[in-house]
Design a protein around this ligand. Structure first.
Ligand code: ATP
Length: 319
Protein backbone atom coordinates (compact mmCIF):
# COMPACT_ATOMS: atom_id res chain seq x y z
CA UNK A 1 0.00 0.00 0.00
CA UNK A 2 1.26 3.50 -0.85
CA UNK A 3 1.60 5.74 2.19
CA UNK A 4 0.62 9.09 0.73
CA UNK A 5 -1.60 12.09 1.00
CA UNK A 6 -2.60 13.51 -2.39
CA UNK A 7 -4.41 16.82 -2.52
CA UNK A 8 -5.49 17.97 -5.94
CA UNK A 9 -7.13 21.25 -6.90
CA UNK A 10 -9.02 21.79 -3.64
CA UNK A 11 -11.29 24.82 -3.56
CA UNK A 12 -13.37 25.85 -0.59
CA UNK A 13 -15.27 29.00 0.27
CA UNK A 14 -16.87 29.96 3.55
CA UNK A 15 -19.34 32.65 2.54
CA UNK A 16 -17.20 35.42 1.05
CA UNK A 17 -13.93 33.96 2.37
CA UNK A 18 -11.87 31.84 0.02
CA UNK A 19 -10.16 29.31 2.29
CA UNK A 20 -8.75 27.06 -0.45
CA UNK A 21 -7.97 28.28 -3.94
CA UNK A 22 -6.65 25.32 -5.90
CA UNK A 23 -4.57 23.66 -3.16
CA UNK A 24 -2.50 20.79 -4.66
CA UNK A 25 0.42 18.80 -3.24
CA UNK A 26 1.54 15.28 -2.40
CA UNK A 27 3.00 14.00 0.85
CA UNK A 28 5.28 11.03 0.30
CA UNK A 29 6.42 8.23 2.63
CA UNK A 30 9.59 8.24 4.71
CA UNK A 31 9.81 11.96 5.29
CA UNK A 32 8.43 14.77 7.37
CA UNK A 33 6.65 17.27 5.15
CA UNK A 34 6.22 20.68 6.73
CA UNK A 35 2.98 22.45 5.85
CA UNK A 36 3.76 26.07 6.50
CA UNK A 37 2.10 29.40 5.84
CA UNK A 38 0.71 32.46 7.59
CA UNK A 39 -2.41 32.30 9.74
CA UNK A 40 -5.47 31.81 7.56
CA UNK A 41 -3.51 30.31 4.64
CA UNK A 42 -5.75 27.23 4.56
CA UNK A 43 -3.68 24.60 6.39
CA UNK A 44 -6.32 23.45 8.87
CA UNK A 45 -9.05 23.52 6.23
CA UNK A 46 -6.94 21.28 3.97
CA UNK A 47 -6.36 18.83 6.80
CA UNK A 48 -10.06 18.75 7.65
CA UNK A 49 -10.93 18.05 4.02
CA UNK A 50 -8.38 15.20 3.87
CA UNK A 51 -10.03 13.70 6.96
CA UNK A 52 -13.54 14.07 5.55
CA UNK A 53 -14.48 16.53 8.33
CA UNK A 54 -15.22 19.23 5.79
CA UNK A 55 -16.26 18.94 2.15
CA UNK A 56 -14.37 20.81 -0.57
CA UNK A 57 -16.34 22.68 -3.23
CA UNK A 58 -13.97 21.26 -5.86
CA UNK A 59 -10.97 18.96 -6.06
CA UNK A 60 -9.95 15.68 -4.47
CA UNK A 61 -8.08 14.58 -1.36
CA UNK A 62 -6.80 11.00 -1.13
CA UNK A 63 -5.17 9.03 1.67
CA UNK A 64 -3.03 6.24 0.24
CA UNK A 65 -4.98 6.47 -3.00
CA UNK A 66 -8.50 6.55 -1.58
CA UNK A 67 -10.86 9.23 -0.30
CA UNK A 68 -11.16 9.13 3.49
CA UNK A 69 -14.82 8.07 3.25
CA UNK A 70 -13.79 4.97 1.29
CA UNK A 71 -11.26 3.79 3.90
CA UNK A 72 -12.31 0.73 5.88
CA UNK A 73 -11.31 1.24 9.54
CA UNK A 74 -9.69 4.63 8.85
CA UNK A 75 -7.80 4.67 12.16
CA UNK A 76 -5.49 2.03 10.67
CA UNK A 77 -4.77 4.14 7.58
CA UNK A 78 -4.39 7.68 8.89
CA UNK A 79 -3.92 9.26 12.30
CA UNK A 80 -4.40 12.95 12.97
CA UNK A 81 -4.06 15.58 15.63
CA UNK A 82 -6.13 18.62 14.71
CA UNK A 83 -7.08 20.14 18.03
CA UNK A 84 -5.47 19.15 21.29
CA UNK A 85 -7.30 16.02 22.42
CA UNK A 86 -10.98 16.62 22.78
CA UNK A 87 -11.57 14.24 25.68
CA UNK A 88 -14.12 14.21 28.48
CA UNK A 89 -12.43 16.09 31.34
CA UNK A 90 -13.61 13.59 33.95
CA UNK A 91 -12.01 10.63 32.14
CA UNK A 92 -8.46 9.55 32.79
CA UNK A 93 -6.09 9.61 29.83
CA UNK A 94 -5.93 5.83 29.78
CA UNK A 95 -9.70 5.43 29.90
CA UNK A 96 -10.09 7.92 27.07
CA UNK A 97 -7.68 5.87 24.95
CA UNK A 98 -9.31 2.57 26.00
CA UNK A 99 -12.66 3.91 24.88
CA UNK A 100 -11.24 4.89 21.49
CA UNK A 101 -9.33 1.61 21.16
CA UNK A 102 -12.33 -0.58 21.99
CA UNK A 103 -14.42 1.17 19.36
CA UNK A 104 -11.90 -0.12 16.80
CA UNK A 105 -11.44 -3.59 18.21
CA UNK A 106 -8.08 -2.81 19.83
CA UNK A 107 -7.15 -3.96 23.32
CA UNK A 108 -5.52 -2.48 26.41
CA UNK A 109 -2.09 -3.67 25.26
CA UNK A 110 -2.04 -1.21 22.37
CA UNK A 111 -3.28 1.57 24.65
CA UNK A 112 -0.35 1.05 27.00
CA UNK A 113 2.05 1.01 24.04
CA UNK A 114 0.91 4.40 22.76
CA UNK A 115 0.92 5.87 26.28
CA UNK A 116 4.57 4.81 26.51
CA UNK A 117 5.29 6.09 23.01
CA UNK A 118 4.21 9.64 23.83
CA UNK A 119 5.71 9.71 27.33
CA UNK A 120 2.44 9.92 29.26
CA UNK A 121 2.93 6.90 31.54
CA UNK A 122 3.11 8.86 34.78
CA UNK A 123 -0.04 10.82 33.91
CA UNK A 124 -2.05 7.98 32.32
CA UNK A 125 -4.36 7.50 35.29
CA UNK A 126 -4.98 11.20 35.89
CA UNK A 127 -8.10 13.01 34.76
CA UNK A 128 -7.73 14.80 31.44
CA UNK A 129 -9.46 17.88 32.87
CA UNK A 130 -6.29 18.70 34.81
CA UNK A 131 -3.95 18.28 31.84
CA UNK A 132 -1.81 21.11 30.46
CA UNK A 133 -2.07 21.92 26.75
CA UNK A 134 1.21 20.07 26.18
CA UNK A 135 -0.14 16.94 27.88
CA UNK A 136 -3.31 17.17 25.81
CA UNK A 137 -1.19 17.38 22.68
CA UNK A 138 0.58 14.17 23.71
CA UNK A 139 -2.74 12.50 24.44
CA UNK A 140 -4.04 13.53 21.02
CA UNK A 141 -0.92 12.06 19.42
CA UNK A 142 -1.37 8.84 21.39
CA UNK A 143 -4.90 8.60 20.01
CA UNK A 144 -3.63 9.22 16.46
CA UNK A 145 -1.10 6.39 16.88
CA UNK A 146 -3.57 3.76 18.15
CA UNK A 147 -4.09 2.12 14.76
CA UNK A 148 -0.34 2.31 13.95
CA UNK A 149 -1.24 4.17 10.73
CA UNK A 150 1.22 4.70 7.85
CA UNK A 151 -0.04 8.26 7.28
CA UNK A 152 -0.04 10.97 9.95
CA UNK A 153 -1.20 14.58 10.03
CA UNK A 154 -0.45 16.92 12.90
CA UNK A 155 -1.79 20.47 13.03
CA UNK A 156 0.59 22.71 15.02
CA UNK A 157 1.73 19.83 17.28
CA UNK A 158 4.27 21.94 19.17
CA UNK A 159 1.56 24.27 20.53
CA UNK A 160 1.73 24.37 24.29
CA UNK A 161 4.85 22.23 24.57
CA UNK A 162 7.71 23.34 26.79
CA UNK A 163 11.26 23.38 25.32
CA UNK A 164 11.85 19.79 26.39
CA UNK A 165 8.54 18.80 24.79
CA UNK A 166 9.50 20.56 21.56
CA UNK A 167 12.75 18.60 21.38
CA UNK A 168 10.83 15.41 22.07
CA UNK A 169 8.30 16.24 19.34
CA UNK A 170 11.08 16.82 16.81
CA UNK A 171 12.63 13.43 17.54
CA UNK A 172 9.23 11.74 17.55
CA UNK A 173 8.29 13.12 14.11
CA UNK A 174 11.69 12.16 12.72
CA UNK A 175 11.32 8.61 14.05
CA UNK A 176 7.87 8.25 12.42
CA UNK A 177 9.38 9.26 9.08
CA UNK A 178 12.34 6.93 9.59
CA UNK A 179 9.82 4.08 9.92
CA UNK A 180 8.63 4.91 6.40
CA UNK A 181 5.45 6.77 7.29
CA UNK A 182 4.12 9.82 5.46
CA UNK A 183 4.07 12.65 8.00
CA UNK A 184 2.45 16.05 7.39
CA UNK A 185 3.07 18.69 10.07
CA UNK A 186 1.59 22.17 9.92
CA UNK A 187 3.00 25.29 11.48
CA UNK A 188 2.83 29.02 10.90
CA UNK A 189 6.43 29.28 12.14
CA UNK A 190 9.22 28.18 9.85
CA UNK A 191 11.57 28.02 12.83
CA UNK A 192 9.54 25.13 14.23
CA UNK A 193 10.05 23.11 11.07
CA UNK A 194 13.60 23.89 10.05
CA UNK A 195 15.19 21.10 12.08
CA UNK A 196 12.29 18.71 11.60
CA UNK A 197 11.05 18.78 8.02
CA UNK A 198 12.73 17.19 5.00
CA UNK A 199 10.34 18.76 2.60
CA UNK A 200 8.22 21.91 2.72
CA UNK A 201 4.87 22.78 1.23
CA UNK A 202 4.63 26.55 1.69
CA UNK A 203 1.10 27.94 1.36
CA UNK A 204 -0.52 31.34 1.21
CA UNK A 205 -4.02 32.47 0.27
CA UNK A 206 -5.33 28.93 -0.04
CA UNK A 207 -2.76 27.68 -2.51
CA UNK A 208 0.78 26.33 -2.67
CA UNK A 209 3.48 28.96 -3.21
CA UNK A 210 6.45 26.56 -2.97
CA UNK A 211 6.83 22.79 -2.86
CA UNK A 212 10.49 22.09 -2.27
CA UNK A 213 13.14 20.45 -0.15
CA UNK A 214 14.43 22.53 2.76
CA UNK A 215 17.85 22.69 1.08
CA UNK A 216 16.29 23.78 -2.22
CA UNK A 217 14.36 26.60 -0.62
CA UNK A 218 17.47 28.03 1.04
CA UNK A 219 19.50 27.68 -2.19
CA UNK A 220 16.84 29.50 -4.23
CA UNK A 221 16.68 32.36 -1.74
CA UNK A 222 20.46 32.62 -1.49
CA UNK A 223 21.09 32.73 -5.22
CA UNK A 224 23.63 35.27 -6.50
CA UNK A 225 23.84 37.49 -3.43
CA UNK A 226 27.38 38.36 -2.40
CA UNK A 227 28.93 40.50 0.30
CA UNK A 228 32.08 42.36 -0.73
CA UNK A 229 34.61 44.31 1.35
CA UNK A 230 37.14 46.40 -0.51
CA UNK A 231 39.21 49.57 -0.04
CA UNK A 232 38.71 50.39 -3.77
CA UNK A 233 34.95 50.79 -3.77
CA UNK A 234 34.50 52.84 -6.91
CA UNK A 235 36.78 50.57 -8.99
CA UNK A 236 34.84 47.55 -7.70
CA UNK A 237 31.47 49.13 -8.51
CA UNK A 238 32.68 49.93 -12.04
CA UNK A 239 33.95 46.39 -12.67
CA UNK A 240 30.84 44.70 -11.30
CA UNK A 241 28.12 46.93 -12.75
CA UNK A 242 29.81 46.62 -16.16
CA UNK A 243 29.15 42.87 -15.86
CA UNK A 244 25.47 43.46 -15.07
CA UNK A 245 25.49 43.28 -11.25
CA UNK A 246 23.61 45.63 -8.95
CA UNK A 247 25.83 46.97 -6.18
CA UNK A 248 24.53 48.64 -3.03
CA UNK A 249 26.09 49.91 0.16
CA UNK A 250 24.92 47.63 2.97
CA UNK A 251 26.48 49.78 5.67
CA UNK A 252 29.13 48.35 8.05
CA UNK A 253 31.74 49.02 5.32
CA UNK A 254 30.44 46.32 3.01
CA UNK A 255 28.91 46.29 -0.45
CA UNK A 256 26.01 44.00 -1.38
CA UNK A 257 26.28 42.56 -4.88
CA UNK A 258 23.32 40.91 -6.57
CA UNK A 259 23.12 39.18 -9.92
CA UNK A 260 26.55 37.52 -9.93
CA UNK A 261 27.85 34.36 -8.27
CA UNK A 262 30.73 34.78 -5.79
CA UNK A 263 33.24 33.05 -8.14
CA UNK A 264 32.39 35.51 -10.93
CA UNK A 265 32.77 38.49 -8.58
CA UNK A 266 36.27 37.28 -7.60
CA UNK A 267 37.23 36.78 -11.27
CA UNK A 268 36.03 40.25 -12.28
CA UNK A 269 37.85 41.95 -9.39
CA UNK A 270 41.04 40.08 -10.22
CA UNK A 271 40.75 41.02 -13.91
CA UNK A 272 40.71 44.69 -12.94
CA UNK A 273 43.27 44.22 -10.15
CA UNK A 274 40.78 45.52 -7.57
CA UNK A 275 41.92 44.55 -4.05
CA UNK A 276 39.40 43.05 -1.63
CA UNK A 277 39.39 41.57 1.86
CA UNK A 278 36.14 39.62 1.63
CA UNK A 279 33.89 38.10 -1.02
CA UNK A 280 31.30 35.86 0.58
CA UNK A 281 28.19 34.22 -0.81
CA UNK A 282 25.09 35.10 1.18
CA UNK A 283 23.26 32.10 2.60
CA UNK A 284 19.65 32.98 3.33
CA UNK A 285 18.14 31.66 6.50
CA UNK A 286 15.08 29.51 6.10
CA UNK A 287 13.09 32.23 7.82
CA UNK A 288 14.23 34.80 5.22
CA UNK A 289 13.30 32.46 2.37
CA UNK A 290 9.91 31.87 3.94
CA UNK A 291 9.21 35.56 4.52
CA UNK A 292 10.08 36.26 0.91
CA UNK A 293 7.74 33.55 -0.35
CA UNK A 294 4.77 34.41 1.85
CA UNK A 295 5.07 38.20 1.56
CA UNK A 296 2.43 38.39 -1.17
CA UNK A 297 0.03 36.26 0.81
CA UNK A 298 0.40 38.55 3.78
CA UNK A 299 0.06 41.68 1.66
CA UNK A 300 -3.22 40.32 0.33
CA UNK A 301 -4.47 39.92 3.87
CA UNK A 302 -3.26 43.38 4.83
CA UNK A 303 -5.28 44.84 1.95
CA UNK A 304 -8.56 43.59 3.39
CA UNK A 305 -10.67 46.62 4.40
CA UNK A 306 -10.45 47.34 8.09
CA UNK A 307 -7.08 45.61 8.50
CA UNK A 308 -4.05 47.84 9.08
CA UNK A 309 -1.77 48.13 6.08
CA UNK A 310 2.00 48.33 5.82
CA UNK A 311 3.68 48.25 9.17
CA UNK A 312 2.02 45.08 10.43
CA UNK A 313 3.32 42.92 7.60
CA UNK A 314 6.46 41.64 9.19
CA UNK A 315 4.57 40.80 12.32
CA UNK A 316 1.84 39.05 10.34
CA UNK A 317 4.36 36.87 8.56
CA UNK A 318 6.25 36.16 11.73
CA UNK A 319 3.24 35.31 13.82
N1 ATP B 1 -15.61 27.15 9.62
C1 ATP B 1 -15.23 28.28 9.04
N2 ATP B 1 -16.10 29.27 8.80
C2 ATP B 1 -15.72 30.42 8.19
N3 ATP B 1 -14.45 30.68 7.80
C3 ATP B 1 -13.53 29.74 8.01
C4 ATP B 1 -13.86 28.49 8.65
N4 ATP B 1 -12.73 27.75 8.72
C5 ATP B 1 -11.75 28.50 8.17
N5 ATP B 1 -12.22 29.67 7.75
C6 ATP B 1 -11.45 30.74 7.07
O1 ATP B 1 -10.75 30.13 6.01
C7 ATP B 1 -9.43 30.66 5.92
C8 ATP B 1 -8.40 29.54 6.09
O2 ATP B 1 -8.41 29.12 7.45
P1 ATP B 1 -7.52 27.92 8.02
O3 ATP B 1 -7.89 27.74 9.44
O4 ATP B 1 -7.62 26.75 7.13
O5 ATP B 1 -6.05 28.54 7.91
P2 ATP B 1 -4.73 28.07 8.63
O6 ATP B 1 -3.66 28.17 7.60
O7 ATP B 1 -4.93 26.75 9.27
O8 ATP B 1 -4.49 29.17 9.70
P3 ATP B 1 -4.12 29.06 11.25
O9 ATP B 1 -2.64 28.90 11.29
O10 ATP B 1 -4.59 30.36 11.77
O11 ATP B 1 -4.88 27.90 11.79
C9 ATP B 1 -9.32 31.74 6.99
O12 ATP B 1 -9.63 32.99 6.37
C10 ATP B 1 -10.39 31.35 7.98
O13 ATP B 1 -10.88 32.49 8.65
Amino acid sequence: MRSTIEVNGLRKRYGRTTALDGMSFTVGPGKVTGFVGPNGAGKSTTMRVVLGLDAADEGTALVSGRPYAALRRPMFHVGALLDAAAAQPSRTARNHLLWLAHSQGLGAGRVDEVIELVGLRSAARRRVGGFSLGMRQRLGIAAAMLGDPPVLMFDEPSNGLDPEGIVWMRGFLRSLAAEGRAVLVSSHLMSELQDTADHLVVVGRGRVVADTSVAGLIAAASLDRVTLRTSARSAAVTALTRAGAAVADTGHGALGVTGLAAERVVALLNDDAVPFTEVSAHRATLEEAYMHLTRDAVEFRAAVPGVAQGTGRGQEAAR
